[in-house]
Design a protein around this ligand. Sequence first.
Ligand code: SF4
Length: 445
Amino acid sequence: MALSGLAIYKHLPKENCKECGLPTCLAFAMKVASGQAGLEECPRLGDDARSALEEASAPPQRLVTIGDGDPAVAIGQETVMFRHDEKFHNPCGIAVRVDDSGNDSEVDQRLSSIKDLSFERMGRTMAVDMVAVENSSGDTARFTETARKAAALDKSVILISSDPAALKAAGEAIADARPLLHYSGGADSLDAAIEAAAALKLPLGLQSPSLEEIADMAEKAREGGLQEMVISPGPGKPAEVLEFLTKARRAALKQKFRPLGYPSMAFAPGEDDAAIVAACWYVLKYAGIVVIDTVEPAAVVAILTSRFNVYTDPQKPVQVEAKIYEINEPGAESPLLITTNFALSYYSVESEVEASRVPSRILAVDTEGTSVLTAWAADKFNPETINEALVKSGAGEKVSHNKCVIPGMVAVISGSLEEESGWDVEVGPKEAVGIVSYLTSRWKK
Ligand code: SF4
């Protein structure tokens, strides 16, 4: 949370020595508040004042990064309870649990299934991005071996154990992959778990269904030198898990309660419908990581779609690039359909064109991501903007005919578009669902 200039000024030495390059401490405070100067530029700032300022300006929820490089998952640093108030910033990680008590071929098969859990939606790839290896075997060597296999999958890794020594051994073996060490034991061995995470410089997961206990554990870990933590109620009834997630988020964001200012992790054990629904709930409210058991693609895609939807910016419509898209390998005589660059409009048209099997081109006009009728009403999808898109995309050089097809919803602009562009304008179906029959029976170049 940003501090005001006056709040910063209260902590400064107030000596007006000018060593920071500014005439007064107040001027320096204003520069820091606006992000144009850093605290390190004041050589006279004491350690206490510096740490007080750093603490006060820290975000209410920490950012925690699990993984290294490309497969890294950054979670937390959320700022609002409700998406429509701003947006949710860092998409939660979706982790599939791998039980290390299975035999080699069971573990290999499960990891292979996880690798395949990747889907395309509205031009983007949605995939499971984490593997949670659980030390159910109680065997440290087995746990470490499974951790190594998980790390080779190019996903971020969570190591789950109630045994700090097992966490340390497996964490050390894959330290380069920067796993989350999730300590699922009680307070008795907490010190050893904190020491393991601190020694390996890895984030630590803490588990208790009690918010009070989790807050105490997090404070202890912070005093032990850890900054990156993930809090979890562990497996539980969905209503109780949701209560934990909601209260923790509210305490961090609304009451600025630092001991709960960490992203959370929820478990949705089981492979039945109830587990899938619970996982979707946890994605929406307010898990930073959701650990699931299922590798059933239809179930996983539902969970990934929940994430995709809730982490889009509600103030920015999902858009596709404004350009010509070629579907079914079109030739020069293929039809040219026009729509807007609102993702839902474009993909509705694209899927119908694909289904028709008629080689075609689709020109997505830049309407700032608004749908056909909205863009037309806002004067963003009009003869001038469409003609501009036709020229800019080089549509005339790609086809041997002079005909374009506009959505039936805006039939009213067909005449003026012909005058503006010189193209023959055909009026297509009002809804995308009519495109197959239009292309297969009505389209003639
Ligand atoms: Fe004030 Fe520090 Fe700048 Fe000196 S260096 S004027 S004490 S802010």
